[in-house]
Design a protein around this ligand. Sequence first.
Ligand code: PHE
Length: 353
Amino acid sequence: MGITDELQQLRQRGVEAISAAPDLASLDAVRVEYLGKKGSLTAILRGLGGLSAEERPLVGRVSNEVRVALEEALAVRQADLAASALEARIGAETIDVTLPGRAHPVGSRHLIEQIRTEVIDIFLGLGYKIAEGPEVELDYYNFTALNTPPDHPARSLQDTFYVRDLSGEQADIEGESDVLLRTHTSPVQVRVMEKSEPPIYVLAPGKVYRRDIADPSHLPQFTQIEGLVVDEGITFGDLKGTLDHVCKAIFGPDRRTRFRPHFFPFTEPSAEVDVSCGICDGKGCRFCKGSGWLEILGCGMVDPNVFGYAGIDPERYSGFAFGMGVERIAALKYNIPDLRMLLEGDMRFLRQF
Ligand code: PHE
């Protein structure tokens, strides 16, 4: 086989290899194989020197044609491959602008927090200041200074969570201890009176704890809002007027309130305040257990004994106090049949408020 036939075959193989190259990298390998420094065509061109003077021009021309043909084929194939590579990339990177966007749900304040703030705002409007006390409280403030002697049933283990240091001296002590989880916000009354001089107009919202099993009307942890007023000439009429105003502000002018005589160790006289049932409007139903009324707070005139513990002169000053349950207010305002719903975090329930 003559050298020009060899060249034609090389061209044909080269063109086939070029059009068969699946991607730019293999195309470049083909280019090196044929046209590179150690490539097949280069090898033939190197051998031109050994040819006779007659043969040389023909072989030279043919090899030049083969080189040009291969270079052209390479250029065409390269353009094709580059175009399809770009197309593939564009295809893969396509953004579907019709997809719905990612929603960022906006939260809202929990109903308990809403009511807490609402009540605080009402009292701030009346000129009250906010006070705070610890949730882990001393027996002294939770009971003793509130005129609740050591044998009082409210201290019983059935009602109170006592706190003991199990690594220390108290490890062996059974039952009551000096430290407990406050069962009401009333200890803040004593702490405020110890520290300040009348006139005192304070509101003390906070968490309280009782050894109750959670059921539709009880929670082992709930929120109270305590109020305390100490000034010269404060009467039960001031207490009634204040709470009446507050109840109407919370529940609206259509709900009625009533004061019922009651007993608390730290107030005398004492009362409980009921609001008319929002479900039956006072006629009596299952929600209000047939009475038409729902209890929302305890209150009374500060017992002089409590003034004694807190260092306030009962001859000069008098005062009233009250404590209301935030979860109860929420339940009564929105007719929530089970207090546990407030703590379950079910969005279908919470979204309603
Ligand atoms: N501390 C009482 C309770 O938890 C409520 C109360 C507060 C009553 C202040 C009278 C005065 O039931």
